[in-house]
Each structure stands twice: as C-alpha cells, then as structure tokens.
Design a protein around this ligand. Sequence first.
Ligand code: NAD
Length: 354
Amino acid sequence: MKIAVLPGDGIGPEIVTQAVKVLEALRSDGLKIEMEYAHLGGAGYDAAGDPFPPATEKLALAADAVLLGAVGGYQYDTLPRPMRPEQGLLRIRKGLGLFANLRPAMVYPELVNASSLKPELVSGLDIMILRELTGDIYFGQPRGIRQLPNGERQGFDTMLYSESEIRRVAHVGFQIALKRNKKMCSVDKANVLDTSMFWREIVTEVAKEYPAVDLSHMYVDNAAMQLVRAPKQFDVILTGNIFGDILSDEASMLTGSIGMLPSASLDAHNKGLYEPCHGSAPDIAGKDIANPLATILSLAMMMRYTFVREDIAQRIENAVRKVLQQGMRTADIYEAGMQKVGCMAMGDAVVASL
Ligand code: NAD
C-alpha cells in the first residue's frame, strides 16, 4: 500500500498526524504500508511557489492512494488565482482523473443530538452522495469577465457535460447502490438546463444495465428541500459537480459536525484521494482542538475502495465508534456529560481501541 501523505494547511498537519498514527498501528500489525510526504496548497506555495508542485504530482501519480488533510489559509487569499491553495486541490483532482467523489453522510447514534434536525428525522441516517468532480461549470470553457458592446461588463461560465463523463460516473453510482439499499436518486435541473436534460437521458440509459437498482430523478431545488425535510428517503444521490458541492455540504450538517465526515475521490481504477469534507479551519489551527475523526474515517474509505480491504475498513470504523461510545468528544461534537478531548488525545484513543 503506497500512500502519498499531503498534510496541507491549517489543521491539515494535526489531523493527518492522527490518521498516520492509525496507519502506523496497522503497519505494526503486519500490513505493508509505505508512506511518503509532499506539499499541497499553501504549503506547496510556501515550499515551491506552486500549490501543486511537480514533486507532489510525481509522488501522487506513483502512489496507490493519497491521504490529504486540507488546504487554504487567510494568508493566501490575496495571491493571484493560479497560486491559491484551492487551485492545488482542483489540479490534483484533475491530474489524477478523480471524477467520482463519494461523501457519506452518516449519523452515529451517539451524536444524534448534534444534528441541527430533530433526532427522529436523522436517527439511523446513512446517505451516500456521489458527486461528479472533474466536469460541469467549474471546468467548462469559455469563462471569464467580458465587456459588452454597450460598455457593460459581464461575468460568464459554461456548464458542460459530455456523454462519457456522465456514463462513467453513473456506472460508479449504480455499482455503489448495488452494494447498499439499491436505490439511487439522480439530481439535476432538467426543467431549466439542457445539460441536465442530457444528464437525465444518459443516466436513464445506463440504468438499463442495472435493473436491480431503483432509479429516481429529482430537481436540485427539491432535493435541497427534501434533505432537510425527510433525509432518510435517500440511499445514493448521484449528481453533477456544482449541485453535488452544495448538496453534500448541506447533507454534512444533518450529521451534526463536518469534523466527522470523510470523503473519497476515485479514478476509473479505484485509485483515490481521501480527505475529510471540511476545510483547513484556520480559526482553530495549531490549538489541538480539531476533530481528527473525518480524516481517520477517510482512511477507512481508502481501505474499502482502493485496497479492497473491507475488514480493515470496518476495524477502523468500529474503533471510531468505540471511542464515541466511551464518551470521548472533541469540542465540535461536545455535549454536557461527555469527556472533552483534544485532537491528539482523540487520535491516541482511536489507536488504542483499534
Ligand atoms: P472549514 O471547513 O475549514 O471550517 C468551517 C468551520 O468548521 C470552522 O468554524 C472550523 O473551525 C470548523 N471545522 C472544520 N473542520 C473541523 C474539524 N476537523 N474539527 C473541528 N472543527 C472544524 O471551512 P471555511 O472556514 O469555509 O474555509 C477555511 C479554509 O479552508 C479556506 O481557505 C477554504 O478555501 C478552505 N477549504 C478547503 C477545503 C479542502 O481542502 N478540501 C474544503 C473547504 C474549504
């Protein structure tokens, strides 16, 4: 298992250190794990003047999987756009061909009160959001700001999806649905957007190859509403890049804390980049209060999807559950009566329960 480790910025190094402890524990149990470190985001800019330095690209391409903390920080906000940390993230996703972004939104029984919704709406919630990650309006050309003949300035972007892009992510969605409750809801805006009409047509075609999966379609505005009205109606949600960006953040709040949510971004051969859903949280960086569980749970996804070791994935997930059952909480998920612990202590507790 060749893993490229990219701590990144802000709380990235702290939370990645905890995940690395878990990998080291697994290695001492006999798993053949190799780890090598590189810079991404602001750390890449500081070290090499580039948010995705060539050395990082080389390491990431050679690895089986990439573990990332997070990127971004106030000190980089005034840099020209190509130098900003987020560009490093967009470029590594594109460079590795990571088109399928998996974001589970799960509510742990111990954290049901942390949700902003009523416990009965979210208790037992287990949704998988599959967001297409390398197409759509985030990458479509042309884009820019132009001057119209009448002198007024205009901003514009282009929403684009090619058939092959829709097909390959739809296949990933159906295959995930087959391993879960065999229900998939494809989310689009086909009542208004031609790109979405085409998306719906192709997803419906691919569905013929998966008769066991119950496919439905929903407009994105309704999906946003249903996610807070009755989220348990969903199993797998398949959607494009911009809708997925927004819906997956919305879904993350159903679970109470963004500090609990892992993610995987996969290529066509299950090589993947694994990272927590949250950002670099510069407001709490360096204080040993960040929640490392999303990053540790991202390792479980790595074991499941890239290394096809469901046994190890479950071992990590069970270890996390056990520390929650023991009452340990970082500040973001703390409730009265529980034991408040810092980032390092939480990492140590997971290793101990592993
Ligand atoms: P954020 O996710 O970093 O933080 C939002 C809030 O959640 C903050 O109050 C933060 O303290 C808290 N939080 C986040 N992760 C936490 C954790 N593990 N434990 C406890 N609390 C946690 O989002 P933001 O503040 O909008 O962005 C901060 C920076 O992160 C920006 O530079 C942004 O561009 C970047 N960002 C990076 C990624 C990524 O690397 N994938 C994703 C989103 C944002």
